[in-house]
Design a binder for this molecule. Structure first.
Ligand code: SAM
Length: 269
């Protein structure tokens, strides 16, 4: 069986060209809060790890930062390069950054850590490339029972018609870095202090349950793996349940769902 890292890599390579149309509308909402938390970034060097299609890089360049983006999915980097010519981009792994020690003022990772096979190494690498006093900031999705609409619907549908215990490679605990106490331990072990954790909410809005399924299948890697790993009957029932369950979130502007996340910041000692 392919490893967690291989499946993640394959998934993001396949979906890079769909990301902006299907998922970036949600993740983009975290960029301003994340950048604002870094203070004035003008003239400062910033490495954005798991940079995807370059959304955060583009905003940081517009604020005057000198930006380097890193992602292990080659097509993500191709899109980011074409989109943000004033930033530098490199294909590379969060766990093994190909940069010298202490060469950046700021490091960011937006919705990347739960996709990384060795997240502690990714944090340790962010610490290594940051100058003393530099700031690391990341966003991470909160656990399903903390105010989610989409994740609640997905988990309920899977538990009702199928199982979470499917034949997928072992993955790191997904919500560790969204839980302040655990995240603090991991960050402190990498020489970070002065922690700040804020819960925030992004919103997805669509017109139909099929639009939600499109987002899950085209914009995200892990959720469709879980659905596709079910028996054919369970899979059909889960898909129907998501399509019809989305209607419970319909209001005057269509279907509106909350995607809560943690915005974390820490300073390198
Ligand atoms: C959910 S996307 C987030 C993209 C972007 N930061 C954003 O907020 O739109 C996760 C990204 O992490 C990248 N990624 C996952 N594991 C990685 C790793 N070990 N090293 C580098 N990039 C990784 C994926 O290729 C993907 O582009």
């Amino acid at each position: 069986m392919a490893s967690f890292k291989e499946l993640e890599h394959q998934g993001w390579v396949e979906k890079a060209h769909l990301y902006d149309d299907h998922f970036a509308g949600v993740t983009r909402q975290a960029i301003n809060p994340l950048l604002e938390g870094l203070g004035d970034v003008a003239g400062r060097s910033l490495i954005d790890v798991c940079c995807g299609t370059g959304d955060l890089a583009e905003a940081a360049v517009q604020s005057g930062a000198q930006v380097t983006g890193v992602d292990f999915a080659e097509p993500m980097i191709e899109i980011a390069r074409a989109r943000v010519p004033l930033a530098k981009f490199a294909v590379g792994e969060a766990e093994n950054l190909n940069f010298k020690d202490e060469c950046f003022d700021l490091a960011t990772c937006a919705f990347g850590l739960w996709h990384v096979a060795e997240p502690d190494s990714a944090i340790s690498e962010a610490a290594r490339v940051l100058r003393p006093g530099g700031t690391y900031s990341y966003t991470a999705w909160l656990p399903p029972d903390e105010g989610w609409d989409m994740m609640g619907l997905l988990v309920t549908a899977i538990n009702k018609h199928g199982t979470m215990d499917v034949d997928l490679p072992p993955a790191p605990p997904p919500f560790r870095f969204a839980q302040a106490a655990e995240a603090e331990n991991a960050l402190r072990a990498c020489n970070f202090g002065a922690f700040t954790f804020e819960s925030r909410v992004a919103i997805w809005r669509g017109q139909t349950g099929d639009a939600l399924l499109d987002l899950l299948y085209k914009g995200i890697v892990r959720a469709p793996m879980l659905i596709e790993a079910q028996t054919p009957d369970a899979k059909q029932a889960i898909i129907s349940e998501i399509r019809s369950g989305a209607e419970a979130f319909r209001g005057s502007e269509g279907i509106t769902m909350r995607w809560p996340y943690m915005l974390a910041r820490a300073t390198k000692s």
